[in-house]
Structure formats: C-alpha cells, structure tokens
Design a protein around this ligand. Structure first.
Ligand code: NDP
Length: 502
C-alpha cells in the first residue's frame, strides 16, 4: 500500500503521511455510497440539514486542530486559514441549512389550454453519487462547500483532496466521523491523479472538479466515456482595472491584497493590472510603498506565507524572465528564501507576455496602462480565461456598465477576491475558466436534476389519441389558426382590445 507524504511548505519537513486508497477500497466506497443513497435522498431536507448543522458545530469545536492541520499542509497565514478556509465554509453550510428547503421546493408550472384538466409541476431529484475532486490551494473550503451542497440536495458524496495536502483530507474524514453523518453518505478517498482517474472509472453520477484547465480537460474527456455530468471550476487570469476617477489609495491597497493574498495562489487573484495612463505613475509609486509593508513569514500575523512547493517558484521565474525579455521593467528584485517568495512588481507589460496570458499563481503584480473604457475592456477580455474581474471607479454606474461588458463569470466593483465568499450569489467561470456554477441557489440547482410531472384528471378518451380522423385533422387546423394565425381568434381579440383602449 502506497503512502502520501505531507510536507510543510514552511520548511519542507515531512509532517506525516496518509495511505493511498487502493482500487478495491475505492470500488467498495462507491458500492457503499450507492447503498446509502436510498435512505439519504428520501430524508426530508430539514433532516439532512440537521446533519449539516452538526458538521458545522463539529468544525467550530475543532478549530485549533483544523487550523494546525491546514497550516502544516499549506503554510498559509493563520488569519487566511480562519477567514477564507474555515469561516467561509461555515457561512456556506449555514446558508444551505437556511435556504435549501425553499430553493428545492416543488414548483407549480402553467399548463397550456389544450391540456385541459391537466396540471404540472417540477420537482428536483439528486443525481446519485457525486464525486468532488479538489485542489491544494484551499483544500478545506473547496472540498467542503461543493460536498455539503451536493449532500443537502440528497446526493451521497465521495471526495478526493489533493495529494499535496493529504493531512487535510484525513482531517475532513475525521470530522465527518465526529459529526455523526449517517454511514457512508460522505466518504473520502486519498491519492493523486491516478486515484482521481479511478474515481471516474467507478462512474459517479456527477463530478464536481476544481483545478487546472489541463486536468479539467482530462477529467471531462474521461467522464464523457460514460456521459457523466461534469462541473468544472478552473483557473483564472483576473483583470484588475483602475480608472482615473478611482480612489487611488484604496485601489492600491486592493491590488496588493488581491495579488498577494495566499501568495497569489488563489483562482481569483488579481493577475493582470490595467491602470488608466493619467494615474499610472502615481499608482506605481504608491504600489511599491505598499508592497514593502507586506509581512512575509510564518508568525501569527504574517500576511504572506510560502509558496506551496519549490517548483512553483521556478514556474513564476520563467514567466517573469519571459516578460523582462519581451520588454517589461522589473521594479522589485526576484528574491526568495526557501519557499518564501517576495512580491514582484512589473511595469511596461503587454498582453503578449506569458505573465499576462498564463495563470501565474504567485505574488506577481504586472501593470499595464490604458486609455479610456473601450481599451480597458478590450485588454481585459483579451484572455482565454474568464473567472473574476474587478473594476475601480468612484462612478459606480460606469463600473456597472463595464461589469456588463467584461467576459467573466463574476465581477467586483471597488473590491477584490471576497465576492467568491458571498453564499447568495452564483460563482463560476466562462471561457476556459470553467463550466457550471456553484454557490447560491444556482449552486444547489447544479446538484439536482429537474423532473417535470404532469397529472391528467380527465376520465374520457383524449382528443389526440387514436383513431386519427378527418374531424381531428380539421380541429387541429382550426386550432393552429386560433393559436398562431393572423385571422385567428386570439389575434382578433387582441385587435379588439387595442381598439377599445384607443
Ligand atoms: P490540478 O488540476 O493539478 O489538480 C486538481 C485535482 O485534480 C487534484 O485533486 C488532483 O490530484 C486531481 N487530478 C490530477 N490529475 C487527475 C486526473 N487525471 N483525473 C482526475 N483527477 C486528477 O490543480 P491544482 O491542485 O494544482 O490546483 C490549482 C488550480 O486550481 C489552479 O489552476 C486554480 O486556478 C484552480 N482553482 C480554481 C478554482 C475555481 O473556483 N475556479 C478555485 C481554486 C483553484 P493531485 O493533486 O493529488 O494530483
């Protein structure tokens, strides 16, 4: 049996290991997930919410333990863990506890007149077994939010966390146990990409995948062999657009946070900074001042922790070198101590450079000038990605117009990143940033399939049934005229109504 070793990004020390799930174990978990499905999906939503609440309380009662595990797996600052991993997760659980019943309520629908004595409604049924495959950058939150959403909708869940953060996967497994979920409703498997593939081979009814574009394509390709429904939450290259009428000090602080939080390892990091030319010089001066103040380290109040792995630093270096080679000006040094990389500010970048085209996932702030709304929008939309975006202006109406023009799944006016933490709004990407939405009512809907039901209370034979007769043909012809023709009764009635109004 293979082990996954957990390395602390702070010092690259090994902090533990977790057994990789074997093929037989995965198959068994799928069998159990299918077996427990019947009872779980037949529970009232309120009863499923009871278990969500118990889980939420269990997380709260084990805060220190969870914090310690996440710290060891990711090296993140404590505040980041508490705010973005734990608080966000609990907020979303509570949102679904409070709103799922309303969102998934059976819905009455209209029925056309020719279906007389009929009525219709739509009900929502869970997919079955949902597999959640999650990345290392927010291993707690991104594993739990989709899993909990799938569960409250009546699915059973098999989760795979990343091999880079194996202790978090183990901790989630322990929390599920402690919270008292019914047996096998929520299970975790451990392992790398090959375990992810094995999961897909076991034919889950839906896959919720968060990760890189290339892996997302692999997942979709493999899932298509069995026509498995796939939701993909993929990478981003978010534009941060600052107009000359913006509050400059706030925008500068915003970009420092948006680009450097979690050392830039956020899908919604601000990775392309476009600043209106008239204010660009002042923006950069202030930016360099602010960047200097960022506390990099491993203390309780540090703001930037280490990169997850040394290889990540090499990837970032390649992008920065490419930018400098193509004419960018480097305003800071490329410096790192172990995995702790200092922020990098680049000026004179263009959209042709890798640093503006490929996802960086690091603490790099590349700045480019623009002139007016049209150029800003063109530059921002010139990307294969379309996840989040932010627009900075004191004219909120102008900001809203620009938000509508941006080809991104989400947009934040005068702030960054934390719109992903609003449980009431859907989140997801367009273009190569993904397929589907989670969060909000839409997120819950993505874990159910609508079933339409019609009831016929008629006791007699139906007109459309056999035998087909000439009389039936003539009635359909008249019906066509009544419903769609200019001389039909409906058009005539509308005409009379219009005349009466005059
Ligand atoms: P990866 O794509 O490398 O991995 C994501 C998950 O897929 C991991 O659990 C990984 O396992 C697993 N996996 C790898 N290969 C396969 C396979 N062939 N079949 C099934 N599963 C597989 O992403 P990262 O972990 O590096 O995460 C970073 C990426 O995630 C970035 O691009 C980031 O933008 C994106 N992301 C998107 C978010 C969004 O909401 N849109 C949010 C957060 C991150 P293992 O790691 O064990 O190899």
């Amino acid at each position: 049996m293979k082990d996954l070793h957990a390395f602390d990004p702070v010092d690259n020390e090994k902090k533990g290991s977790v057994k990789v799930s074997t093929d037989q174990e995965i198959e068994k978990k799928f069998f159990l997930a299918r077996t427990s499905l019947k009872e779980w999906k037949n529970l009232d939503i309120a009863d499923r919410c009871f278990f969500l609440k118990e889980f939420r309380k269990t997380v709260l009662n084990n805060l220190d333990d969870i914090l310690h595990t996440l710290k060891s797996d990711t090296g993140k600052p404590d505040v980041e863990i508490l705010m973005a991993e734990i608080m966000t997760t609990l907020d979303f659980i509570k949102y679904y506890e409070n709103n799922s019943e309303k969102i998934l309520k059976k819905e009455k629908r209209r029925t056309p007149i020719e279906f007389s004595k009929n009525y219709s409604y739509v009900e929502y049924q869970p997919y079955g077994v949902v597999s959640v495959i999650s990345p290392w950058n927010y291993p707690f939150q991104i594993s739990l939010i989709p899993s909990i959403t799938a569960l409250v909708a009546g699915n059973t869940v098999i989760l795979k966390t990343s091999e880079i953060t194996p202790l978090t996967g183990k901790k989630i497994e322990e929390l599920i146990d402690k919270a008292g979920f019914p047996q096998n409703v929520f299970q975790v498997v451990h392992g790398g990409g090959e375990v992810g593939e094995k999961i897909i081979e076991n034919k889950p009814d839906k896959i919720f995948f968060t990760g890189g574009v290339e892996t997302g394509k692999e997942v979709m390709k493999k899932a298509s062999e069995n026509l498995i429904d796939v939701e993909l939450e993929l990478g981003g290259k978010d534009p941060f657009i600052v107009f000359e009428d913006a509050d400059l000090d706030r925008a500068v602080k915003g970009v420092v946070y948006g680009s450097l939080a979690n050392s830039g390892q956020i899908c919604v990091s601000s990775e392309r900074v476009y600043v209106e030319r008239s204010i660009k010089k002042r923006f950069i001066e202030k930016l360099l001042e602010e960047v200097k103040k960022v506390d990099i380290g491993d203390s309780k109040t540090s703001e930037m922790g280490p990169m997850i792995r040394e290889e990540q630093i090499e990837l970032i270096k390649n992008q920065v070198d490419d930018a400098v080679f193509k004419g960018a000006e480097m305003l800071t040094e490329f410096e790192h101590q172990g995995n702790f990389l200092k922020p990098i500010v680049l000026d004179q970048v263009t959209n042709e450079m890798d640093v503006m085209r490929k996802e960086t996932f690091g603490p790099v702030i590349p700045v480019m000038g623009f002139e007016g709304v049209q150029e800003a929008v063109e530059l921002a939309n010139d990307s294969v990605y379309g996840l989040n975006s932010s627009v900075w202006t004191e004219d909120v109406e102008k900001g809203k117009k620009i938000a509508s023009m941006l080809k991104t799944g989400n947009c934040y006016i005068n702030d960054v990143v934390k719109n992903i933490g609003n449980p009431y709004t859907p989140f997801g990407g367009v273009k190569k940033s993904g397929i589907g939405r989670y969060h909000g009512p839409e997120g819950l809907m993505s874990f159910v399939e609508p079933k339409s039901v019609m009831v016929n209370r008629n006791k007699d034979d139906e007109l459309n049934w056999f035998p087909y007769t000439e009389k039936l043909y003539n009635s359909i012809e008249s019906m066509l005229d009544i419903k769609h023709g200019d001389s039909g009764i409906i058009e005539k009635a509308k005409k009379l109504f219009r005349m009466a109004k005059k």
